[in-house]
Design a protein around this ligand. Structure first.
Ligand code: PMP
Ligand code: GLN
Length: 388
């Protein structure tokens, strides 16, 4: 269609194209490849959850839900935080159900970041963060994590703090590196917080995918940091339902008040039948719904790693999330984007090039593989990757 203007209005995101997840999933479909790129399970959620949805859908659940979310779902989220983090959040004033973690992140950034404000985040950074900050006129200060340790560099954060720093955007467990916070990370963060009034936006959507006996160190669990944090979670990750797009944001009441001012105009509320189905499923089983998740995904991580142990891909072990990084420098000199395009077209496996998550596209010849897949998928993918 031809536009009725000579020139387009200026783009608000001139450097942004289509997300790598969309691009690689489309490539996977086009080439009939196994999709280990975009993070989503290729297996079904629990039958009881699907039964709850089927039961609910014939009930009168088809009008707007309350703006902050169904009260009973907020009660469950409150109990979840009490159980795991000994954290007290008031469902009435401190918990908001959102349309996925993505909406929660966007609403939080919109609520608190204004023109000229600085937001510190770690690269490789999840693709939502920087555009959301820039759309508010803010500036992302991106601290690189370097291969192969990918540690969080708190000295660099300390140097980056300025009177304009509004927010620290922390993703723990970290996508795509699989790093998780240690006690030393928390200690360093506490020390910074003691001398600077930044807010924390904690993207903890992978909270229950933490491996090898580690504990998830949530901002919600830390009395010093909780009071300045908005913590984001996702039922999509916890219950293998990424397509439902239901998540939450928990934060002290004054922060939640501001958060809801944006949420109410962004989506107003989240799909009622999905919230009802979650309540119906989660209330009887409580936390048991999530209790096996870490062991389940650890087994999948290890299965893929074992299957690839004879290959020329070198594993960079993941401590959390459902992703693991693999170094392919023994296989190819191509940059990671070209390598992934070749891989999907010629070898039938889709992966994510890690350089796309860096401000300056640092390319360390590393790809991200998603292991949230059936064992059959993992075996087939590994067969194709082992001949490289
Ligand atoms: N943060 C990170 C780090 C993610 O990987 C994802 C996955 N999509 C999200 C947030 C968004 O979660 P949701 O699918 O619930 O919007
Ligand atoms: N979080 C998912 C990933 O990292 C992708 C979600 C999306 O496609 N936006 O793969």
């Amino acid at each position: 269609m031809v536009l009725p203007f000579q020139t387009l209005p200026d783009s608000k995101l001139p450097l942004v194209g289509t997300t790598i997840f969309t691009v690689m999933t489309a490539e996977a479909r086009k080439h009939g490849a196994i999709n280990l790129s975009q993070g989503f399970p290729d297996f079904d959620p629990e039958p009881e959850l699907l039964a709850a949805l089927a039961r609910i859908i014939t009930q009168p659940v088809h009008q707007y839900a309350p703006m902050a979310g169904l009260p009973r779902l907020r009660e469950w989220i409150a109990a979840h935080h009490r159980h795991h983090y000994a954290a007290a959040y008031d469902p009435e004033s401190e918990i908001t159900v959102t349309s996925g973690g993505t909406e929660a992140l966007y609403a939080a950034i919109t609520a608190f970041v204004g023109a000229g404000d600085e937001v510190i985040c770690f690269d490789p950074s999840y693709d939502v963060y920087v555009p959301a900050v820039e759309l508010q006129g803010g500036k992302a200060i991106r601290i690189p994590m370097h291969s192969p340790q990918f540690s969080f560099d708190w000295d660099a954060v300390a140097s980056a703090l300025s009177p304009r720093t509004k927010l620290l955007l922390l993703n723990n467990p970290h996508n795509p590196t699989g790093r998780v916070f240690t006690k030393a990370d928390l200690q360093a963060l506490r020390q910074l917080a003691a001398r600077h009034p930044f807010l924390i936006l904690a993207d903890e959507v992978y909270e229950h995918m933490v491996f090898d006996g580690r504990t998830h160190l949530s901002m919600a669990a830390d009395p010093d940091l909780q009071s300045r944090s908005l913590v984001v979670g996702s039922f999509g990750k916890n219950l293998h339902i990424t397509g439902w797009k239901v998540g939450w944001c928990v934060a002290p009441a004054p922060l939640t008040t501001e958060f809801r001012k944006v949420h109410q105009y962004l989506t107003f509320s989240t799909a009622t039948p999905l919230q009802e189905a979650l309540v119906s499923y989660l209330e009887p089983c409580g936390e048991a719904a999530l209790s096996g998740l870490a062991a389940f995904y650890q087994q999948k991580r290890d299965r893929l790693a074992n299957l690839l142990s004879g290959s020329r891909l070198r594993r960079i072990p993941s401590a959390g999330t459902y992703f693991e990084l693999y170094d392919y420098s023994a296989i190819s000199d191509l940059n990671d984007r070209e390598f992934c395009l070749k891989l999907v077209r010629e070898n039938g496996v889709a992966a994510i090039p890690v350089s796309v998550f860096y401000a300056d596209s640092i390319d360390s010849r590393i790809i991200r593989l998603c292991f949230a897949k059936s064992d059959t998928t993992l075996v087939q993918a590994a067969e194709r990757l082992s001949v490289l």
